[in-house]
Design a protein around this ligand. Structure first.
Ligand code: AGP
Length: 609
């Protein structure tokens, strides 16, 4: 997934484009580039490596001009290289294009263009767009872009400029997010709002099959076939500062420590004063429709999928409705059996994950009602689902998802209580007790996050181990998967999450004195089963790192290290047991000198299949 920023106005474009790219660097960072128009000519600078490499190049060879486009790349077609970096230009080098997405029919298009004499400079799919616009351009850039868009198959968010049209910046989107920022005598495009908040909070969200022609004074949105579309701007509530690090060493660290306040805000804004009910103002799915729900299907990827797996235990406990959970990439192709009494819940931080979007569309096609639980305001999922519940965790910049996860869990608890009340499955006493206990979670989370010394000690001792095993049961089994994912994606150490009851069905063969095993064992119905697992691990020389409830001496007597969480109802324990797992992955990554906020090969939102 790549980052795009474009500008047209009265100010010099270069610093605006560069700073915008820096805000989007979490979206892709194997190469970057920029193009502006001066005196009827397109000038391009591009560089392999991070935005800093482009910034150094621009110091030596700055770009002038008040219109420009820029791009940070996460390679799909063509290796990360200076030549494959965007922007891409046509033969005449009068047209420059930046693109996020995949043009699935680019090879056929490229072959035809080569036969017509076009000379290609890169291995990318994107370059065909520049040559197509060149092919169709007579004297109207908008018309040439429209004709080009009709030929493209796949997904794209595009920014286009043309040397002899310095008064126009063209944008278009199909399947990859693109927003428009509205300024005074200036307008912007970007892959997401974080690149624009320093300049404007008035945002237009482009939808699929829409394009826009920006001048410094106007923005005209239309469908690809030219029908004008009126759009109302959305005012973004969070500010640029919130998207900054706020004094923390990494975005991920800041976001981990924001979790208590995020949970507190979610409970505060969704729960009535007297703790008698839960409210989702923005949801828009009528209560009478939810009352008829007989089955729930949760669809998500990665960390959001782990939230969904935990959500199964949560929602079945609070509503009595059967819940199935799928990774989006499986759900979208397995011909799921859904009906009008099925509620499909898609969970996503970005609201732009390609597989989850496709799963949502498949669910709607099959007649299910779709609720999206999403963090990014105005993202595609929120606009295409039947109802949305925002997690309001604020911008999550670190590629490894942390506060979005605990926010998703918090929303799942509240939604479970909401639906359980609607279905008369929960009585008012149970609701009040649950909501009162939820109010204690932020303070408990703060207590855990303050206790990172033991985590640092474990990381110092075991950061060099080749493989970790994470074990959990019942509500805490998904956190075994989540803890393993965090370690993998941050420190590049192999880690595997497993249902603890499955240990004897295979993974126990891995256990020896080089194998740290993280056991998630809070007070719970399966506590004693976990103790047996821990004893089996110790008997084979394994290193046991336990996440246990304060005061649980039994566990600490059997473990090499014990990280404690405050006493909490088992139902709510996943919100707390995940915190030491996040900290452990963070500190091991630091010790392994990894790039915590931008781990190799990853992107914050996977907007391609
Ligand atoms: C989580 O740390 C990863 N960055 C990744 O698994 C992520 O959760 C997944 O790509 C889903 O993203 P989404 O929540 O934006 O849909």
């Amino acid at each position: 997934m790549c980052g795009i920023v474009g500008y047209i106005g009265t100010r010099e474009a270069q610093p605006i484009l560069l700073n915008g790219l820096i805000k989007l660097e979490y979206r892709g960072y194997d190469s970057a580039g920029m193009a502006t128009v001066t005196k009827g000519k397109v000038s391009v600078r591009k560089q392999q490596g991070k935005i800093a490499a482009l910034s150094n190049l621009l110091k030596k060879k700055p770009l002038r001009g008040t219109i420009g486009i820029s791009h940070s790349r996460w390679a799909t077609h063509g290796i990360p290289s200076q030549c494959n970096a965007h922007p891409h230009t046509d033969c005449s080098e009068k047209i420059a294009v930046v693109h996020n997405g995949i043009i699935e029919n680019y090879e056929d298009l490229k072959e035809g263009l080569i036969q017509e004499g076009h000379i290609f400079k890169s291995e990318t799919d994107t370059e065909v767009i520049a040559h197509l616009i060149e092919k169709f351009y007579k004297d109207d850039i908008e018309a040439a872009v429209r004709t080009t868009l009709k030929l493209l198959k796949g997904s794209f968010a595009l920014g286009v400029i043309l040397g002899n049209h310095p008064e126009q910046l063209i944008a278009a989107r199909l399947g990859s997010s693109l927003v428009i920022g509205l300024g005074e005598e200036e307008n912007f495009i970007a892959s997401d709002t974080s690149a624009l908040l320093a300049h404007t909070k008035n945002i237009l969200f482009l939808e699929d099959n829409e394009m826009a022609v920006l001048t410094k004074k106007s923005v005209a949105v239309s469908s690809f076939d030219g029908k004008a579309i009126e759009k109302k701007p959305t005012v973004i509530t969070w500010d640029a500062a919130q998207a900054e690090k706020g004094g923390y060493a990494h975005f991920m660290l800041k976001e981990m420590y924001e979790q208590p306040s995020v949970i507190e805000s979610i409970v505060h804004h969704r729960v009535s004063e007297e703790k008698s009910g839960v409210y989702f103002q923005e949801m828009k799915i009528p209560g009478k429709k939810l009352k008829c729900v007989e089955k729930i299907a949760i669809v998500a990827c990665g960390t959001a999928y782990h939230a969904g797996l935990t959500g199964k235990y949560i929602l079945e406990t609070l509503t009595g409705i059967p819940v199935e959970v799928d990774v989006s990439s499986e759900f979208r192709y397995r011909k799921p059996i859904l009906g009008k009494d099925t509620l499909v819940i898609v969970i996503s931080q970005s609201g732009e994950t390609a597989d989850t979007l496709a799963g949502m569309r498949e669910a709607k096609r099959r007649g299910a009602t779709v609720l999206s639980i999403v963090n990014a305001l105005g993202s595609t999922m929120t606009r295409e689902s039947d109802g949305v519940i925002y997690t309001h965790a604020g911008p999550e910049i670190g590629v490894a998802s942390t506060k979005a996860y605990t926010a998703q869990l918090s929303i799942l608890y509240l939604f479970g209580i909401y639906l359980g009340a609607l279905k008369n499955y929960l009585n008012i006493q149970r609701i009040k007790k649950l909501l009162t206990e939820m109010e204690g979670l932020p303070q408990q989370a703060t207590q855990i996050l303050a206790n990172h010394k033991i985590i640092q000690k474990i990381s110092k001792r075991h950061h060099d181990k080749n493989c970790f095993l994470y074990l959990g049961r019942n509500l805490n089994f998904p956190n075994a998967l989540e803890g393993a994912l965090k370690l993998k994606e941050l420190s590049y150490v192999h880690a595997e999450g497993y249902a603890a009851g499955e240990m004897k069905h295979g993974p126990i063969a891995l256990i020896d004195k080089t194998m740290p095993v993280v056991c998630i064992v809070p007070d719970s119905a399966t506590h004693d089963k976990m103790v047996s697992n821990i004893q089996e691990i110790k008997a084979r020389g394994g290193i046991v790192i336990s996440i246990a409830t304060e005061g649980d001496k039994h566990i600490s007597n059997h473990s090499d290290y014990t990280v404690y969480i405050p006493k909490v109802r088992e139902l709510f324990s996943p919100v707390l047991t995940v915190l030491p797992l996040q900290l452990l992955a963070y500190h091991i990554a630091l010790r392994n000198k990894r790039d915590v906020d931008q781990p190799r090969n990853l992107a914050k939102s996977v907007t391609v299949e």
